[in-house]
Design a protein around this ligand. Structure first.
Ligand code: CA
Length: 227
């Protein structure tokens, strides 16, 4: 059974989300401010976190940064929740590395679809837990990435993007396919975000960053690795 942490100070919203998740068979943990949310996430290590941005104690971005810094929660999927619908906030959240974003008010159905999509994505197919590609190695179960056998700290978004490319060597991947792979759907808001993630990914890969090729007007491609 998957455990989901809800960090949301508005009790009626927290309860409503909790009710829907429990009815769908998930185990629910609740926090009502940023500090409590951080503490519970580190201690309970949930499978997914729903994180409100406007929180007392420590805001959602602060909680998110703290969780990403700690190895216990560095790759835990996070869906950010906010009442603010501005594109800027969406982009800020996604660039920070959140797995998805929900703008309040959202329907229980929308919430469930996002939660299910993310949990399905992180589980991966059994039997194919490791992928080696040139100097890269992916541990799909632990969502850990190694460059020449040295661990490199990738966000879950960066991990998914690079893995997607490496599973399709030498083939150009359309921007929309990349967006759908990582966020479950294609949305114009994410388009700029995709480039930001790719830029960071290249930096983290150091001399191997050039293996990620930009295909103008189409998308990205990973260079064929030497056998
Ligand atoms: Ca709030």
């Amino acid at each position: 059974m998957h455990r989901i942490l809800i960090v949301e100070d508005e009790r009626d919203i927290n309860d409503l989300i909790g009710f829907n998740l429990q009815r769908a068979g998930y185990e629910v943990i609740k926090a009502y401010d940023g500090l409590e949310g951080t503490e519970l996430a580190l201690r309970e290590r949930p499978d997914l976190i729903l994180l409100d941005l406007m929180l007392p104690g420590r805001d959602g971005y602060g909680v998110f940064r703290e969780l990403r810094r700690d190895s216990r929660t560095a790759t835990t999927p996070v869906i950010m929740l906010t009442a603010r619908a501005q594109t800027e906030d969406r982009i800020q959240g996604l660039e920070a590395g959140a797995d998805d974003y929900l703008t309040k008010p959202f329907s229980p159905k929308e919430l469930m679809l996002r939660v299910q999509a993310i949990l399905k994505r992180v589980e991966g197919a059994p039997g194919t837990v490791d992928l080696t590609y040139g100097p890269f190695r992916f541990d799909k179960n632990a969502l850990k990435f190694y460059l020449e056998n040295e661990p490199v700290d990738l966000t879950s978004t960066e991990f998914k993007l690079l893995l997607f490319l490496c599973e399709r060597p030498g083939k150009t991947q359309d921007r929309n396919d990349l967006l759908r792979t990582v966020w479950g759907y294609s949305d114009a808001t994410f388009s700029r975000t995709l480039d930001t993630h790719m830029k960071r990914l290249r930096q983290k890969l150091g001399p191997y960053g050039t293996m990620i090729e930009t295909v103008r007007g189409i998308g990205y491609c990973i260079a064929k690795a030497d056998a």
